[in-house]
Design a protein around this ligand. Structure first.
Ligand code: HEC
Ligand code: HEC
Length: 296
């Protein structure tokens, strides 16, 4: 047993432990540190008694206060739901137009609509409804099926060319496959394509444009309108034919894409949501889409 001696340099007594000539000084803990340590021990004992603390197999000590974080969360969710219910009931009972006119309801529907949109629609229509090839932009003022609140509501409820009794458009039909179905030959398709390019002030062969105009008048105006303004602008119901004079093409406005569309046709399909989402959700979505920028 080593001797307890005073360290010469610091004047502090050593503990008597020594390793290879190094001695351990016997410095007590600072008082403030020690007291905080005791307070922590006392605090933990009180906490053990008052709050849930110790696991006991499948259960645990509940503590004298009976506090439960889980019940706390359940209660908070119930409170939030009750708060929302007021708005959801109001939304369900009003038309989309009426919701737009009520400042509080509008704010609530917009917030909900944005999150429902991200969940259900953004995969096809892009975040913020910017669209993509075959998926229309919902944030501009070009509408295939109408941009009023009632139109948008109907589109979301029943979809487009979907298997739903009240759908817009017939499943499987849309833009006729003029080439594949043998209605127009290659030359005529080439001509009408140049005519559309010329309408859009793009490079086109004048001789083809003149012939293409006739092809267009004979085959396309019934759906796309006599000015190629699209079925909605031409006042033609239930067709969904886009304008052919524009910059934001559904399938592409360059020569190759135009030829492809006219040769093989297109039939975009939008699912029906009436059976998947409740009415308040669909109305919130209609409000959100209508306010993306292009609502009429
Ligand atoms: C599976 C892909 C898909 C999903 C998911 C989808 N859509 Fe669509 N949507 C389409 C397609 C394709 C069209 C265009 C149909 C056509 O060519 O006429 C369309 C068209 C629309 C239109 C009509 C646009 C116009 O110009 O008239 C609206 C409005 C719309 N969608 C809203 C929604 C909303 C809201 C949701 C989410 C609840 C949604 N869509 C989910 C594919 C989808
Ligand atoms: C029976 C109606 C109908 C006729 C006739 C018709 N179209 Fe279409 N067209 C449509 C529909 C509907 C769409 C949209 C398809 C979709 O949404 O998937 C469309 C889409 C298009 C597009 C794609 C537009 C874009 O934004 O990408 C082009 C181009 C087009 N049509 C050209 C023509 C030409 C040229 C003719 C005449 C030779 C013609 N269409 C005749 C119904 C028609």
């Amino acid at each position: 047993m080593a001797q307890k001696i005073k360290d010469e340099l610091s004047g502090v007594e050593t503990t008597g432990h020594e390793w290879d000539g190094l001695r351990e000084l016997n410095n007590p803990l600072p008082k403030w540190w020690l007291y905080i340590f005791y307070v922590c021990i006392a605090w933990s004992l009180v906490y053990y008694v008052l709050y849930p603390a110790w696991p006991l197999g499948s259960t645990y000590t509940k503590g004298l206060l009976g506090y439960s974080q889980r019940e706390d969360v359940v209660q908070k969710i119930a409170e939030a739901k009750a708060g929302q219910k007021k708005y959801l009931d109001a939304i369900a009972g009003k038309s989309v137009d009426e919701i737009q006119k009520d400042k509080d309801l509008l704010a609530f529907a917009m917030a909900g609509g944005r999150s429902y949109f991200n969940e259900n629609c953004a995969a096809c229509h892009g975040a913020g409804g910017q669209g993509g090839k075959g998926f229309p932009t919902l944030a501009d003022d070009v509408w295939l099926w109408g941009g009023s609140t009632a139109d948008i509501y109907q589109t979301i409820q029943h979809g487009i060319r979907a298997d739903d009794g009240a759908t817009r458009g017939t499943p499987g039909t849309g833009m006729t496959a003029f080439g594949k179905d043998g209605i127009l030959n290659r030359e005529q398709i080439d001509q009408v394509t140049d005519y559309i390019l010329s309408l859009n002030k793009k490079q086109a062969d004048p001789a083809k444009v003149a012939k293409g105009k006739t092809v267009f008048e004979e085959n396309c105006v019934a759906c796309h309108g006599d000015q190629a303004q699209g079925s909605v602008a031409a006042g033609l119901d239930g067709i969904g034919a886009p304008p052919l004079v524009q910059s934001n093409w559904l399938y592409g406005g360059d020569k190759a894409n135009l030829v492809e569309t006219i040769t093989n046709g297109r039939a975009g399909m939008m699912p029906a949501w009436a059976k998947r989402l409740d009415d308040a959700t669909i109305k919130s979505l209609a409000v959100y889409v209508h306010n993306l920028g292009g609502g009429k």
